[in-house]
Design a protein around this ligand. Structure first.
Ligand code: SAM
Length: 178
């Protein structure tokens, strides 16, 4: 029950946020999240893009559009853990060891305006430095600290394209299977 970790992006605006929100989802996938949940505007084409990345590079990232606050309240009421990434929070390296891992976890990242209720509903408000910066950077550093080295060294067994890291040139292995 404890292995599930989803990222919840609040307040998505289709006109302004697709690029940064796609980057957020790509970091979530690449570093081992189970799912990426979007609240605010719906965006089927973004979910299709993410699926096409997983089709080529492997793994699955569950994607779902949710009503953010309703989802979050229910998640916590059912015993889940909610972690809000915010510049106002407790330093993440100090906070993470205190967070229980035996329950499903939702990591909340804000959009333009974060409702005050988020700070109360989430059991943990944690900061990646107490300066304003980027949700993508905050998520990547959080996931690195949460999973350790394995976060950035993930390999997906069902990948069609596997990149072998190299100092010079691009080495890409392509699986024969359909
Ligand atoms: N102005 C917004 C507000 O009302 O708080 C925040 C905008 S910020 C670009 C978008 C999101 O990035 C935040 O909601 C938070 O999740 C994340 N973020 C930005 N700086 C952060 C930091 N220092 N630590 C953790 N998360 C951060």
């Amino acid at each position: 029950m404890g292995d599930r970790l989803d990222i919840l992006r609040l307040g998505y605006r289709r006109g302004r946020d697709p690029r940064i929100t796609t980057h957020l989802a790509l970091v979530a996938r690449a570093m081992g999240a189970t799912g990426f949940l979007l609240s605010g505007d719906e965006d089927k084409s973004m979910f299709e893009n993410l699926k096409s990345v997983s089709d080529r590079f492997g793994g699955t990232l569950d994607t779902e559009h949710v009503k953010g606050m309703k989802f979050l309240r229910k998640h916590v009421a059912e015993g889940g853990i909610a972690i809000h990434l915010t510049m106002y929070g407790e330093p993440f390296r100090k906070a993470i060891p205190k967070i229980r891992r035996d329950r499903p976890v939702v990591v909340v990242v804000g959009g333009a305006k974060v409702p005050g209720e988020v700070f109360k509903v989430c059991q943990h408000n944690i900061a990646v430095g107490n300066q304003p910066h980027s949700e993508v950077a905050a998520l990547a550093l959080f996931m690195d600290a949460w999973y350790g080295e394995s976060a950035s060294e993930i390999s997906f067994p069902d990948a069609r394209l596997v990149i072998e890291g190299a100092n010079d040139g691009k080495i890409v292995h392509e699986s024969e299977e359909e």
